[in-house]
Design a protein around this ligand. Structure first.
Ligand SMILES: C[C@@]1(CC(=O)O)c2cc3[nH]c(cc4nc(cc5[nH]c(cc(n2)[C@H]1CCC(=O)O)[C@@](C)(CC(=O)O)[C@@H]5CCC(=O)O)C(CC(=O)O)=C4CCC(=O)O)c(CCC(=O)O)c3CC(=O)O
Ligand SMILES: NC(=O)C1=CN([C@@H]2O[C@H](COP(=O)(O)OP(=O)(O)OC[C@H]3O[C@@H](n4cnc5c(N)ncnc54)[C@H](O)[C@@H]3O)[C@@H](O)[C@H]2O)C=CC1
Length: 201
């Protein structure tokens, strides 16, 4: 499987079923997309998620109707046979389908989303728990690496006029300077920038 990052702004995501798994998917996609959730019942977590809840009984025709203008459809009911039907009707409408009860062609990774840095982790459906475990391990690194992206973006601009080899060396000297990592981790961005500029040729 090949990871591909997609901007979900102005995309519609329809999640069928309102259980715990659906709520986790909704929390992720609602950060960008317009999320609609048809279901008979809704997990309490939905009260904190910015999405539209439609209380309804789902069948194949309704699934096709919802899928018509959806970019991504997530069949997330606890009824595998119903999920099969939703997936088939959504695919007919040309929507992407993310099954939650088996590894299909599209899967949701574990995500760490910083202000600047995004990490997505998947195991091809082999072990979602390992994806989650690695996400938890990497989250600690994020406190430094997320602001590091901001710093590096600035430095790339400041180093625009350097010959490309010198520019690359400057950026890597900053990346490999432990003092700068520690300073960023302490939340002292200005000080990190000053230390970084010491490497500027
Ligand atoms: C194929 C996939 C389809 C998809 O959902 O897109 C899928 C399928 C299934 N998951 C199952 C179980 C669990 N899923 C999790 C957790 C997550 N599952 C997620 C994604 C995916 N899950 C896709 C593959 C991702 C990959 O390739 O790694 C994550 C990463 C993203 C998210 O969903 O938000 C999220 C972690 C988010 C985070 O916190 O970082 C845990 C861990 C836990 O709960 O502690 C368990 C229990 C332990 C275990 O089973 O491993 C079952 C059995 C259900 C049953 O038993 O009934 C199936 C169905 C099957 O395997 O047949
Ligand atoms: N991808 C993942 O990470 C995981 C996937 N799963 C899979 O996800 C499925 C869903 O899990 P949960 O959210 O825990 O289930 P759940 O039982 O909490 O939620 C199912 C939801 O579907 C709704 N529903 C069922 N049939 C309906 C119908 N005909 N019309 C309208 N609404 C209907 C219910 O009202 C309920 O809100 C599980 O069956 C399992 O196969 C489970 C754990 C993790």
């Amino acid at each position: 499987m090949i990871p591909l990052f997609h901007d979900f702004t102005d995309r519609r995501v329809v999640i069928f079923g309102g259980g715990a798994v659906a709520a986790r998917k909704a929390a992720l996609f609602a950060t960008e997309a317009e999320v609609v959730v048809p279901s008979l019942a809704f997990h309490e977590r939905f009260s904190e998620i910015d999405c539209r809840l439609h209380r309804t009984q789902i069948d194949g025709d309704l699934a096709a109707w919802y899928a018509d203008d959806a970019f991504l459809v997530i069949p997330a009911t606890d009824d595998a046979e119903l999920n099969d039907r939703i997936a088939a009707r959504a695919a007919e409408q040309g929507a992407l389908v993310n099954r939650v009860d088996e590894a299909g062609r599209t899967i949701t990774p574990s995500v760490i989303a910083g202000d600047n840095l995004t990490v997505g982790i998947a195991t091809g459906g082999g072990s979602p728990a390992v994806s989650k475990y690695l996400r938890q391990q990497l989250e600690a690194e994020f406190e430094t690496l997320d602001p590091m992206v901001e710093l590096q973006s600035e430095l790339r601009e400041r180093a625009e006029d350097l010959p490309s080899a010198a520019r690359r060396e400057f950026l890597w000297d900053v990346l490999e300077d432990d003092r700068i990592h520690e300073t960023l981790e302490a939340g002292k961005f200005e000080q990190a920038r000053t230390l970084a500029m010491e490497h500027h040729p």
